[in-house]
Design a protein around this ligand. Structure first.
Ligand code: MN
Ligand code: MN
Length: 465
């Protein structure tokens, strides 16, 4: 092909074509750090702990509202143990430079326990669940599950629960029909064949024994409650003030003989949270611009509540930083910019019909940029303008980031949202950017190590711009 034609036509390339051997080795190493972070962060509460541990090691201190912030200050806010906002105050003119924000979410689809979850039926004891986020219910049956969460007692003391992650721990599961007896179930549409109320987790199968005999009523239920009381000092009533969920027990593993893919639960969206964190931690001294990283909760259920991106805490913090630096917060917001770091759907060759391939993210072709997300005719989305998109495009190219433009899938096939629209509503230019995922929202999602590292590079370049 002549140079003229080469320049004329846009061609997507993989990281293998664009990056050298040394860079490819760095990607695999970076993925190891991510896998360790992910395995320790299966819930938003665990992710908060992991994020804060790394921030603290990086010299960040817990936010003190009474203190006046100044250039070089590195702080984080722990919002109710479910979300974190961290920032480094820059040395430049914040009114002119604004704040560079990267925002990812740390909640993932899962099975929450109901307020009164323990019941027994015909000799088996179960937890009743209420699913959180968008799940395809059949995917959650017949896989090993672990139980994570906290019980807060009336006296305010907290009991942490984490079972099924350590070697030797018991695990849990939801049953499904055997093919031999699935005649009726097999004729139902997939979204009708499995019900939310049917997602009951097996947790016990033996009765409480008293004087050599099973107790007369609810013997299995009593057995569970007495075991939980022995282990955690809790009673059934304590479940009324608890955040407990079941998540897949599997760990993050390499996929494929060449080890270029990573399979795990909860890539969406810790696979973007981790790059936001590592990019923020790169700044040892005060950068020119103020940099902020957001680790939000509740994205999977609409970003509501005080820990979701619709919460006011982000606005309050921008106000505080601006005022402490002697700037008008509205001016700072107007000059700020945000990467809404969330995953996108990777084109899946196994299901080509739901994608429009030219405009889909391709695995290993780098971090996916999405001008818009949303449903149908672009409803419920932040559609980044051409001007801002051009700035980001130039910035990524200058930094040598391997990136691609990405749409979620075919028009009218479905859709999705991110926190972008809740940030841009503060008068902040925002664009979606993130790692393409295969089998998004499944108990076991797949991503590319190359795309993961290019996301780090993108956020890093954006912060340092
Ligand atoms: Mn997401
Ligand atoms: Mn999601």
């Amino acid at each position: 092909m002549s140079d003229k034609i080469e320049n004329l036509v846009y061609k997507k390339k993989t990281a293998f074509e664009k990056e050298d051997e040394a860079a490819l080795a760095v990607m695999k190493e970076y993925a190891r750090g991510y896998a360790a972070f992910l395995d320790a962060s299966k819930t938003e509460r665990e992710a908060v702990k992991e994020v804060i541990a790394r921030l603290t090691a990086g010299g960040f201190e817990e936010y003190d509202p009474a203190k006046t912030l100044k250039a070089g200050d590195k702080f984080y806010v722990n919002n109710r143990n479910k979300s974190v906002i961290a920032a480094v105050v820059g040395s430049g003119d914040i009114a002119e430079d604004g704040i560079r924000v990267s925002a990812a979410h740390i909640d993932s689809p899962r099975l929450d326990l109901k307020p009164l979850p323990v019941f027994e039926k015909d000799g088996i004891g179960y937890f009743k669940t209420h699913y959180y986020g968008g799940i395809r219910k059949y995917q959650w049956t017949t896989i090993p599950l672990s139980i994570h969460g906290v019980v807060v007692k009336k006296d305010g003391s907290t009991v942490e629960v984490k079972v099924g992650e350590e070697p030797g721990d018991p695990q849990f599961c939801i049953s499904d029909l055997l093919p031999h007896l699935s005649g009726d179930q097999g004729t139902k549409p997939l979204d009708k064949a499995f019900s939310g109320e049917g997602l009951n987790i097996m947790i016990c199968s033996s009765p409480e024994i008293e004087d050599g005999e099973p107790v007369e009523k609810d013997a299995v239920r009593i057995r569970i409650l007495s075991m939980l009381n022995e282990k955690y000092g809790i009673t059934e009533e304590d479940f009324l003030s608890a955040d407990i969920c079941a998540v897949p027990a599997a760990k993050c593993v390499d996929i494929g003989f060449d080890r270029w893919l990573l399979g795990a639960y909860g890539h969406d969206d810790r696979v973007c949270a981790y790059p936001c964190l590592t990019a923020l931690l790169e700044h040892k001294d005060a950068p020119r611009r103020t940099i902020m990283a957001i680790f939000a909760d509740k994205e999977e259920v609409g970003s509501d509540g005080p820990t979701g991106m619709k919460g006011e805490i982000f606005h309050d913090l921008v106000d505080k930083i601006s005022r402490d630096c002697g700037a008008d917060p509205a001016v700072v917001r107007a000059h700020s910019a945000c990467l809404s770091a969330d995953v996108t759907a990777a084109y899946d060759p196994n299901y080509p019909d739901v994608y429009e391939k030219t405009n889909s993210a391709i695995v290993h072709c780098g971090v996916g940029l999405a001008k818009y997300t949303g449903h149908r005719g672009k409803s419920s989305t932040n559609d980044a303008g051409a001007e801002f998109t051009a700035k980001i495009r130039a910035l990524l190219d200058k930094a040598g980031v391997v990136w691609q433009m990405a749409e979620l899938g075919r028009v009218d096939q479905g859709g999705g949202g991110t926190v972008a629209m809740f940030i841009s509503t503060h008068n902040i230019d925002t664009i979606d950017i993130g790692v393409p995922v295969i089998s998004m929202h499944a108990p076991f999602e797949v991503i590319s190590k190359a795309d993961l590292y290019e996301t780090h590079k993108a956020v890093s370049a954006f912060n340092a711009d």
